[in-house]
Design a protein around this ligand. Structure first.
Ligand SMILES: [Zn+2]
Length: 389
């Protein structure tokens, strides 16, 4: 006889009580491994290390060997709590208050992992048979540099001949109410630092100097004066935000020798990081007065390219499961930050669906018990629909 199905709330509380701030596993993967082994999953712990970045533990669990392989992907690592005194509860005590579960990771994303595991256990307990296999890819390196996490697990899977056919990522995608948005793509993210070199001098003798701050302000204006684009059917307009302008000049009578600015661009699929860099350099080059001998250097770090999994059978199935439980079909969106879906999209169709993001990464992060139950039902509907083929 199959064991009684696992309870979403119990599991979520167990996970929140593991203080797994990136990259610490803090017992969270061990808890999942124990639970999934009990459900018959073959579990692989996959610690990866690379010079200059901390070792990260990961978990890949699979039930069944046949295809198609339906995968749930997520992370048990959480962002730091900040000053615990700012919280009205202990961030790792998983307290219940006014019909809500409080704690770091409640929505991002231990609650959704618990909902999926509970949905699988109910599905199996009621005699459900997956069409092919079910798997979970869980990392402890999503909120950090994401070097030794999902990307390396996917590489390991490829080496093992493990294939994914569809993936559900449990990031908190809901905005105003549970299931109002399923994400089918994400914007890319690019960080840049621009350093402008001028010539130091006395403010009373500007003809003998070249003020880099004046160059930099014109260059930054050229970046923000016109929009990057208007967006398209699946993406909002790309957005460039200047995050810092630094000169570090304490004197009132000195023209400084250099000035630095940093900005972040969230870009849609009208750009690649390469074409975006070209756009940026064209504008910066056009605004700097090289006749005065000024020059600049720009260092770029790309944390993810933009991508879109066009609406298709997989997003249709997930949308139908949402509508079955909530009564309303979700919007298919691409807003928000990056997620590990950017790595998974190279392997299979991916859709993201999870809890409300309103308190993610904030003090007093919490989820309503009602939403935890409803999300479990939605994930269960995904399993049922996938099994029905
Ligand atoms: Zn997350």
């Amino acid at each position: 006889m199959a064991p009684a199905p696992l309870d979403t709330l119990d599991l979520a509380r167990g996970l929140i009580r593991c203080p797994s701030v990136t990259p610490a596993e803090a017992g969270s993967l061990s808890l999942l491994e124990e639970v999934l082994s009990g459900l018959g999953f073959a579990c692989h712990r996959l610690p990866f290390a690379e010079e200059d970045s901390p070792e990260v533990d990961n978990l890949f669990a699979r039930l069944g060997e046949a295809g198609p392989n339906l995968c749930f992907a997520g992370h048990t690592d959480v962002v730091p709590v900040g000053d615990p005194a700012d919280w009205s509860v202990d961030p790792f005590a998983a307290e219940l208050r006014d019909g809500c579960l409080y704690g770091r990771g409640a929505v991002d994303m231990k609650g959704s992992i618990a909902a999926f595991v509970a949905a699988v256990s109910a599905f199996l307990a009621e005699g459900g048979k997956p069409r092919g296999s079910l798997s979970l890819l869980i990392t402890c390196d999503e909120e950090g540099v994401a070097i030794n996490g999902t990307r390396k697990v996917l590489r390991w899977m490829r080496e093992q001949g493990e294939q994914l056919d569809a993936c559900l990522v449990g990031e908190p995608t809901s905005n105003a109410r549970l299931g109002d948005m399923v994400k089918i793509g994400r914007r890319g993210s690019l960080n840049a630092e621009v350093v402008v070199a001028g010539t130091q001098g006395h403010t009373a003798y500007p003809q003998l100097a070249d003020n880099p701050v004046h160059h930099l302000t014109r260059m930054l204006a050229a970046l923000v004066n016109e929009p990057l684009d208007e967006g398209n059917a699946h993406f909002p307009p790309s957005s460039l935000q200047i995050t810092s302008v630094d000169v570090g000049n304490a004197a009132t009578n000195v023209i400084p020798p250099k000035a630095t600015a940093r900005f972040n661009v969230r870009f849609n699929d009208l750009y690649s990081s390469g074409s975006l860099e070209t756009w940026l350099r064209e504008r910066l080059d056009g605004a700097i007065d090289r006749a005065r001998g000024a020059g600049y250097e720009m260092a770029i770090r790309v944390s993810g390219e933009s991508f879109l999994c066009p609406p298709g059978p997989w997003s249709d199935l997930v949308s139908a499961a949402v509508a079955e439980v909530t009564g309303a079909a979700p919007e298919l969106g691409t807003t928000g930050g990056t997620s590990d879906a950017r790595f998974i999209k190279d392997h299979c169709a991916v859709a993201e669906l999870g809890l409300l993001n309103a308190t993610a990464h904030k003090v007093d992060e919490h989820v309503s018990l009602e939403d935890l139950t409803a999300l479990t039902r939605i994930y269960r509907a995904v399993l049922d629909r996938h099994a029905a083929g």
